[in-house]
Design a protein around this ligand. Structure first.
Ligand code: IMP
Length: 188
C-alpha cells in the first residue's frame, strides 16, 4: 500500500484527503509542521515555494505533499484568491456576501494546488471546481467558505452537500486525483 504524508495544520483538509486517497488504496499520514507561506500571485507558486522552503531545510521526508487553496470570485476580479485564508479570518462568509450584494454574476471557482516532494524534486498538481456564490450562508458541514460556495450542477452549497458529495467533485479531490494519476503512471 502506498503511504503519503500531508503537511497541514487543517484537520478538515486532512480528513478530506484521507477519504479521497483511501478510494485509491493510498494511506495518508498528517504531519503538522509550521509552514512559511510565501506571498505570491498564484496558489501554485505559494504551494511550490512553501514546500521548497521545507525541502531545502530537510524538514520533510520524501513522498510528502502540502496544499494551498483559494476561492476566486469573477465579479471581484479573482478576490479573495491567494488571500482567502486572511479574508476568511477577517470578514468571513458574511463579509463576502456583503461585497457581493447586488451583483448578479456570482460565478466563482475554488482552486487547489498541491506541491508533492518525491525525494528528488517538487511537482505541482492543480484542481478546479466551478460554481457560484450563494445568496446566504447555508449548511453546517465542512469548513471555510463551504457555506457560500455552490458547485456547478448542484443547487446546494458544499456545506449542505457534505463530504460524501464534496469529495467527489471538489477542487481538492481533482488536484489529489491528478497527483494519484502521476504516481500511478510512475512519471517521477
Ligand atoms: P489555505 O491557505 O490553503 O489553507 O486556504 C485558504 C482559505 O481558503 C482557507 O482558510 C479556507 O477558508 C478557504 N478554503 C480552502 N479550501 C476550502 C474548501 O475546501 N472549502 C471551503 N473553504 C476553503
Amino acid at each position: 500500500m502506498m503511504h503519503l504524508r500531508f503537511i497541514t495544520s487543517n484537520k478538515h483538509k486532512f480528513e478530506e484527503a484521507r477519504d479521497i486517497l483511501k478510494r485509491y488504496g493510498i494511506r495518508v499520514e498528517r504531519i503538522s509542521i509550521p509552514v512559511v507561506e510565501i506571498q505570491s500571485n498564484s496558489i501554485e507558486e505559494v504551494a511550490y515555494n512553501s514546500l521548497r522552503y521545507l525541502v531545502e531545510r530537510r524538514l520533510v521526508p520524501s513522498m510528502s505533499f502540502l496544499e494551498d487553496a483559494g476561492l476566486f470570485i469573477k465579479a471581484l476580479k479573482g478576490f479573495p484568491g491567494v488571500y482567502s485564508a486572511y479574508v476568511y479570518r477577517t470578514i468571513g462568509c458574511e463579509g463576502i456576501l456583503k461585497l457581493m450584494e447586488g451583483i448578479e454574476d456570482r460565478y466563482a471557482e475554488f482552486k487547489s494546488a498541491i506541491a508533492f516532494y518525491d525525494g528528488k524534486s517538487i511537482h505541482v498538481f492543480t484542481g478546479v471546481c466551478r460554481g457560484c456564490i450563494g445568496l446566504e450562508v447555508k449548511g453546517s458541514f465542512g469548513f471555510g467558505f463551504d457555506p457560500i460556495f455552490i458547485p456547478e450542477g448542484f443547487n446546494k452549497t458544499y456545506a449542505e452537500l457534505g463530504n460524501n458529495v464534496k469529495n467527489k467533485i471538489s477542487h481538492r479531490a481533482r488536484a489529489l486525483i491528478s497527483m494519484v494519476k502521476a504516481l500511478r503512471a510512475n512519471i517521477f
